[in-house]
Design a binder for this molecule. Structure first.
Ligand code: HEM
Ligand code: FMN
Length: 276
C-alpha cells in the first residue's frame, strides 16, 4: 500500500541535505538528485518541504519524472487532509489577475513592443525574466535587435497587390510567410497549455514549428496536436549519454519530423536573469 505523508512530516525535510517535495500529489526525496539536476540545485531547494508542482509543471512535462528518477526516491502520497487549503492572493497576484482581465484585443497590438508591454504585466516575474533576458551581458541579444534595424523591406509599388502571396519554401517545405517558430523552451511559463498552443497556431497560419528538446509539454503532445499536412522540425540538445540522444532522434524521425537542428552552444550555458 502507498504510504501517506502528512504535510507536517514533509515540512521537516526542507533543506538541501534533506529535500522532499510534492510533485502532482506525490512526495519525492530529491536530495541525491539535486546535484544532478540540469536546471541547478536552487530552483528545487526553493521548494524543499513544500509543494513544487506549480513551478515544476510550468517547466517540465509530467513524464520527465519517470524518465529521470528511480523508484527509490518516491516516498509516498501527500495526505491531502493535512494540507492547509487557504491560499491568500498576494498583492502582485492581484495585479497580474487585473492585468490579464484588461489585456488589449489582439488586433490592437501593433508591434512586438506592444506584446512585451502586456507580457511584463501578466507574466510571473520568473517567466518574464526567462522570456525577456539573454545570456550574460546580453550583448548578442542587443546586437540581434540592432541587426533588424539594418534590414529594410523594399515596398513594391505600381504593381497589382490584389492577391499578395508571401509564401516560400524552407528546406523544401512550403510556408505561408518567410517566418518559422524557433525553438523556445518552457512554454508553460507563459500559457497553461504550453507549446501545444504554438503547434496549433503554426498550423492555422501555415508556418513551420521547431519543437524544442526542453519543452514543458511532452514531445508526443506536440506531435499529436499536429494538423493535416503540417511540418514540424526538432531542435536537439545533445545529451552526454549518446543513447538518450539517439532515442530522441529516432523517435523524432519515426514521428515524421522533417528536419533536425542541433544546438551547439549548450555545453557552456550563459547565465540568465532567470537563474538569479
Ligand atoms: C523532480 C524531478 C525533476 C526532474 C526529473 C527534472 C529534470 C530536469 C531536466 C532533465 C532538465 C534539463 C533537461 C536537459 O538538459 O536535457 C531540467 C532543467 C530544469 N529544471 Fe528540472 N527536474 C525536476 C524538478 C524540477 C523542479 C521541481 C524545478 C523547479 C521548481 C525544476 C526546474 C528546472 C529548470 C529551471 C531547468 C532549466 C531549464 C532551462 O534552463 O532551460 N526542475 N530539469
Ligand atoms: C525564451 C527563449 C527560449 C529559447 N529556448 C531555446 C531552446 O530551448 N533551444 C534552442 O536551441 N534555442 C532556444 N532559444 C533560441 C531561439 O530559438 C533563437 O535561436 C534565438 O532567440 C535567436 O532568434 P531571435 O533573435 O529572433 O530571438 C530560445 C530563445 C528564447 C528567447
Amino acid at each position: 500500500m502507498v504510504r501517506l505523508v502528512s504535510s507536517q512530516e514533509l515540512a521537516q525535510h526542507n533543506t538541501q541535505e534533506d529535500c522532499w517535495v510534492i510533485i502532482h500529489g506525490k512526495v519525492y526525496d530529491l536530495t541525491k538528485f539535486l546535484p544532478e539536476h540540469p536546471g541547478g540545485i536552487k530552483v528545487i531547494t526553493r521548494w524543499a518541504g513544500q509543494d513544487a508542482t506549480p513551478s515544476f509543471e510550468s517547466i517540465h512535462p509530467p513524464d520527465i519524472v519517470d524518465h529521470y528518477l528511480g523508484p527509490e526516491v518516491f516516498i509516498g502520497e501527500i495526505d491531502k487532509s493535512t494540507l492547509s487549503v487557504t491560499k491568500v492572493e498576494s498583492e502582485e497576484e492581484k495585479q497580474r489577475r487585473a492585468a490579464h482581465a484588461k489585456k488589449p484585443a489582439l488586433d490592437e497590438m501593433l508591434n512586438i513592443f506592444d506584446f512585451e508591454g502586456v507580457a511584463k504585466q501578466v507574466l510571473k516575474p520568473d517567466a518574464w525574466a526567462y522570456y525577456s533576458s539573454g545570456a550574460d551581458d546580453e550583448i548578442t541579444l542587443r546586437e540581434n535587435h540592432n541587426a533588424f534595424h539594418r534590414l529594410w523591406l523594399r515596398p513594391r509599388v505600381m504593381v497589382n497587390v490584389t492577391n499578395i502571396d508571401m509564401s516560400t519554401t524552407f528546406l523544401g517545405t512550403k510556408t505561408s510567410i518567410p517566418v518559422y517558430i524557433s525553438a523556445t523552451a518552457l512554454g508553460r511559463l507563459g500559457h497553461p497549455e504550453g507549446e501545444v498552443v504554438l503547434t496549433r497556431a503554426s498550423h492555422s497560419e501555415g508556418i513551420i514549428q521547431m519543437i524544442p528538446t526542453l519543452a514543458s509539454c511532452s514531445f508526443n503532445e506536440m506531435i499529436n496536436n499536429r494538423g493535416r499536412g503540417q511540418a514540424q522540425w526538432f531542435q536537439l540538445y545533445v545529451n552526454k549519454d549518446r543513447k538518450v540522444t539517439e532515442k530522441l532522434v529516432r523517435n523524432a524521425e519515426e514521428k515524421g519530423v522533417k528536419a533536425l537542428f542541433i544546438t551547439v552552444d549548450a555545453p557552456q550555458l550563459g547565465g540568465s536573469l532567470f537563474d538569479r
